[in-house]
Design a protein around this ligand. Sequence first.
Ligand SMILES: NC(=O)c1ccc[n+]([C@@H]2O[C@H](COP(=O)([O-])OP(=O)(O)OC[C@H]3O[C@@H](n4cnc5c(N)ncnc54)[C@H](OP(=O)(O)O)[C@@H]3O)[C@@H](O)[C@H]2O)c1
Length: 343
Amino acid sequence: MTVRVAINGYGTIGKRVADAVSLQDDMRVAGIVKTSPSFELDLAQQRKFPIYANTKENMALLQQKGISVQGTTEDLLDQADIVIDGTPSKIGKENKEKLYIPRKIKAILQGGEKAPTVECSFNASNNYQQSYGKNYVRVVSCNTTGLSRSLGAIKKALGITSARVTLIRRAADPFDDETGPINAIAPDPITIPSHHGPDVKTIIPDLDIVTMAVIVPTTLMHLHTLNIQLPKTTTAQEIQDLFAKTPRILVVESDKRISSTASIMEMARDLCRPRGDLQELAVWDKSISVVNGNELFFTQAVHQESIVVPDNIDCIRAMMQLTDDPLTSMKKTDQSLGLKKWW
Ligand SMILES: NC(=O)c1ccc[n+]([C@@H]2O[C@H](COP(=O)([O-])OP(=O)(O)OC[C@H]3O[C@@H](n4cnc5c(N)ncnc54)[C@H](OP(=O)(O)O)[C@@H]3O)[C@@H](O)[C@H]2O)c1
C-alpha cells in the first residue's frame, strides 16, 4: 500500500515533511496547499508536487500568475489518505473541524495546537503504539520532542524521580524577519512553571517535571539545561553510552570544537543534510555530569525547524497501520533521511 499524503501548510515544517515523505517507499505526496505565490511554491513545482490552493479566490490568483493549480484543499483531501497539517498555530484546529472531520480523513496536527484538540499526542521514541490506527494525532512541538527523547531514554533505563529544566528558546526561525526580540532576553512565559512540562507529560504522563523558559535573540536552535534526580546511582559515562545507542540522539564532542549552537549547525551543514538540518537531538558529551551519585545534569540543543520531521513520518505509519513496531518504522525513516546509525 502506498499512502497518499496531503500537506496542508507548506512552510517551515510542511515543506520538510513533504521532502521526507517523498523519500519513503510506502507513501507519496498527493499534493501541497499554498495560499499565495512564493519562491517556495516555485520550488515545490520543480519537485513535481501537485499544487492546490486553500480557497477558490487564491486558486484564481495563483492561476493568474501562470501556476498550474489542481484545485482547492477540499479537492486534495478527496485524493489523500491522510493530511499533515503544517499551518500556523490554531489554524490546524479549525481545519480539523471544518475540513478533516466532515471528510473523515485522518490528520496529523503539529505542536502549535493544544493537546485536547486530538485523540493523542505523538513522539515515536516513547508512545508510537498509542497512535496506531487513530484518526487525529498531534506530533508534539520541537521542544517537547527534544525533551521526550532524552528524558524518555533515561526514564526507561534508570527511572526518574524528578526533572527540572530551563529552556533557552530561539526568538524566531532563520527566515523570519519580523519576530524578536533582537536585543533583549525575555522570560517567556514570565510565570513559572512554563507550559512545556505539562506538554512533555502528554508523552510521558507519570513524569515529575517542572520547566521554565526564556527567549534569546538567536535563530539557530533551542538549548535546554536539565537537572534530573534519579532513583539510583549512575555515572556520566553510563548516561553518555545510553544516549550514544538511543535513536535520534547525537552525542556531540566538545573537544572537536563543537562549543555552541553555531558550531552544531555548522556541523549539520557539513554533513550535507538537506537545508543543513539536524533532525537528531544534540547532547554535549562534556555537559553530562553526575553529582552525589544520583543527580544528573546535561545540556542539549534542538534544531527547531527539523527535529519533528522523522516523527511526522512515523506518525503516518502508526495512524495508517503500516507497522505496529516503532523501531521498524523509525529505522526505515532514519535510513531514508540519512540519520545517525543506531540499528
Ligand atoms: N518552526 C518551528 O520551529 C516549529 C517546530 C515544531 C513545530 N512547529 C509547529 O508546526 C506548525 C507550523 O509551523 P511552521 O513553523 O511550519 O509555520 P510557518 O513556517 O509559518 O508555515 C506555515 C505555512 O502555512 C501556510 N498557511 C497559512 N495559512 C494557511 C491556510 N489557511 N491554509 C493552508 N496553508 C496556510 C503558509 O504558507 P503560504 O501562506 O505561503 O501558503 C505558511 O508558510 C505550528 O503548529 C508550529 O507550532 C513549528
